[in-house]
Design a protein around this ligand. Sequence first.
Ligand code: GLP
Length: 249
Amino acid sequence: MNLINLKNQTIASQYVATELLKQVKSKPNTVLGLATGNTMIDVYKCLSELLNINQIDLSRVATFNLDEYVGLAPNHKQSYHVYMNEHLFKHNDSWQKDNIHLPMGNAKDVVHESKVYEQLLCDIGPADIQILGIGENGHIGFNEPYTSFDSVTSVVDLTPSTIKANSKHFEKIEDVPKQAISLGLTSIMRAKRIILLALGRHKRDAIKQLLKDDISESLPASILRQHANVEVIVDDEIFQTIKSTKLIP
Ligand code: GLP
């Protein structure tokens, strides 16, 4: 696991966007694993600009998002479908709708939908690059603490702390869905390369534990230490608080 301090949100976002740009430029049929959350907004802003100025043809790029809230229609304002369209897909004409994949949170049978999504990722994937944010409790995707490391895409329950953290995007906390369809930890680990981006002091405990504590299902992100090609990008605020931590090689 390679920990890199990229000082601030601007430099870190530019770095992640540049890695994604290089990937799609060098391999037109790239498979990208995409994430949502505030952390990724600047990444997608920068990526959209870079894709445009480099006139990259995205028509063969396939994308797979990590997760979607159960119960939200794809046109719901707080759905990850809308988030991805607003922050990424609508900014470049060559994204192909058929190659963009997000779980349907409003599917009649969400368990079946999870299985179909997992199979599709197996058929088209693995992701060449998977980008990840991290929850304050160490979740990746919506894999909350004590999710089995063997998990594949499924319907998962959100913890009260995640519901609270994500309530800032909803009018009231009662509106936050209690479940999501999420790629499992095994599904995420199949990616060839993983870039985790963590910004801001509220993420420092999760990153500290990720670097210091044992690999354990109590911290879902710790599974990443078993992956051969993972970068953890942090800002200086996080880095300064973990400097003294004995870093995991
Ligand atoms: C949600 C998403 C995660 C994301 C996390 C952090 O829970 N399911 O994939 O990493 O939020 O979001 P933020 O970047 O807003 O802190």
